[in-house]
Design a protein around this ligand. Sequence first.
Ligand SMILES: Nc1ncnc2c1ncn2[C@@H]1O[C@H](COP(=O)(O)OP(=O)(O)OP(=O)(O)O)[C@@H](O)[C@H]1O
Ligand SMILES: [Mg+2]
Length: 686
Amino acid sequence: MGRIRVLPDQVANQIAAGEVVDRPASVVKELLENALDAGAMRIRVEVEAGGRKLIRIVDDGHGMNRDDALLAFERHATSKLRTADDLLSIATLGFRGEALPSIASVARVTLESCSDGERSGTRVELAGGKILHVDDAVLPRGTTLAVADLFFNTPARRKFLRAESTELAHVTALVTHYALAHPQKHFELLSATHTILSAPPVTRTAERIYQIFGKDTLAALLPVATELPLVRVGLPEPPPWKKDPEEPARDPGSLRLSGFFSKPELQKLNRNSIYIFVNKRLIRDRLLLHAITEAYRNVIPPTSFPVVLLFLEMPPEEVDVNVHPAKTEVRFRQQSLIHDFVRDSLCTALIKARPSAGFLAALEAAPTASASLMPPSTSPIPGAPSADLPQPDSEPAAFQTAKADTEAFELSPRLATPVPGKLPFTAQNLNPGGWQNQQAWGEAAAALFQPAGLPTAGDCSSNPSDTPGTNPAAGTAQVEAEQAAANLNQLGSLRPMGQLRESFILATGDNGLWIIDQHVAHERILFEKILRDRLVEKVQRQRLLMPLLVELKASQMVLFAGIAEELEHNGFEVEPFGPQTLAVKAAPVGLEGAALERMLAEVIEQSTADSDDPTHNHDLKTLSTRIAASIACHSAIKVNTPLDSRRMEWLLSELAKTSHPTSCPHGRPIALLYSWKEIQRAFHRI
Ligand SMILES: Nc1ncnc2c1ncn2[C@@H]1O[C@H](COP(=O)(O)OP(=O)(O)OP(=O)(O)O)[C@@H](O)[C@H]1O
Ligand SMILES: [Mg+2]
């Protein structure tokens, strides 16, 4: 007798369950996706004990008749796919016909479903994959699936489940993100004791963000929406004998991107706050993560990550979703096209928005490790590693009460109540030499201390219109108006008033008081100029009177050989001068003496660090931007340098012309706005 045997269905299902179901959140994912595929407009998710004891999902979708309700638990039974050709253009979230049999094989499941036009519904009960009962039942249209005692018959898997609060956090992350992807649908998530999420239908994603995370989160994000018509490149065609000559050529469709991304001031220590949906499917994708990181290159520090909610829509033939059993990965047909589209769309949106950073936001801008939009250490994709963070076994107690749950969704703490008192500078510690224009100071002081059209000193009544509204549409509109008002386009028209300790330029504008870091402002201007000049091989160089000799270690000499050519493109003329010495004969304009030596040492040191890091990408673009950033940093005006008003004006108008006046190439903020509103609040005027 041969050794090979076909496994019984039940065993095959349990094996499949190993790939598809690894925790309560993955059950919720499959059931939510089924409900969405069934066209449900209202989805209610109930969990007990973090989903370990019970997961119940109620939808008002098209439901199933009796035959389908039974077939649904058969392996490879699906209504979403008929032929192998259909696999090339999948428009539904599910298609494998595996989820229900897999879940049913490792839990006790009750399905109740009723489809349109059926007189009665069907109730099916299963345990460990075996059907126990099938009954008729009076039910409303739609489907309810209850999954109890997950992994009751696979104790080894049960052991891998985390604390209830951790599992609940994962479920919450998942439901929240599907709620974000479908703002027009009603989502509810309830635990045994309280409502965790309740999101009635709204019209726009911005309103949904407002509804779930609140005003401050929405204010920290910028919208993006772009479209790229696709050209017909290598799309699968039917063979000539199947082709209908009458049929007009199919429109290849377009690539659409919409969503939200964070202002540079909001930074995270890991990728946990990047959420990508492709055709409304939540996925993890290295290619798109790379495109996003590229868009933020030299805008935020290389060790920080943004918060991004990205919705990519494309014709289903452009994306293969059949590459991962849990359907959390995809493969794009035109990879580089999509990568560049995402990178360029985000980059353009960032350049266009030119968001200004407020003082309070900048104070809180240090990258945080929490997954921001999510409870800490949570990945919205079950089974996907929670990016860079190890997952703690227990969650903070914060996730155990309804109040704490909503607080956990804050991107950043709500703004602190303004402390009454003076602005943190006075006329005495300003640089008197820098005050070229006494009248400007007089005006600014008058504007600060005696604002026209405001309540008089005794009038401390607060403005009721300032409290955030509960209506998402109104709240969203208010946030959008405030964002449009506060961008950096006005930098060029600011009136510089002087310097603070010969290091920061103070300037006034319609929106309030600005403080500009003179060093990083100049650094940004130089950085973008060097990159532009480098493209056309026109970086200006100056000959040194005496060659500058730089000593290197033997290993650094080897690395230097690798970057010598790029240095030359950036205005350097460097030659070996003995086995461990370099002679610098020419350097970019503005870089001299000790600064020149430090700059070279820095670039060589960074290359040494990269050569030790096998994961690092040693591409030319990285090298040239790094060299440009280093030259800019070492030749920019230093702090503690007096500037006359002409210079300050030049600096501001040149900064206004840059693409990213928000931050220096290393990601530090350049200009901070103490907004008129904040000033009035701090002085208890509103
Ligand atoms: N909530 C629901 N409402 C209506 N029909 C449903 C629902 N859930 C499941 N079904 C039906 O049951 C079938 C089997 O579901 P199942 O999740 O096992 O497979 P699938 O969704 O087709 O593919 P996948 O395994 O990729 O999820 C579906 O194809 C669908 O026809
Ligand atoms: Mg499914």
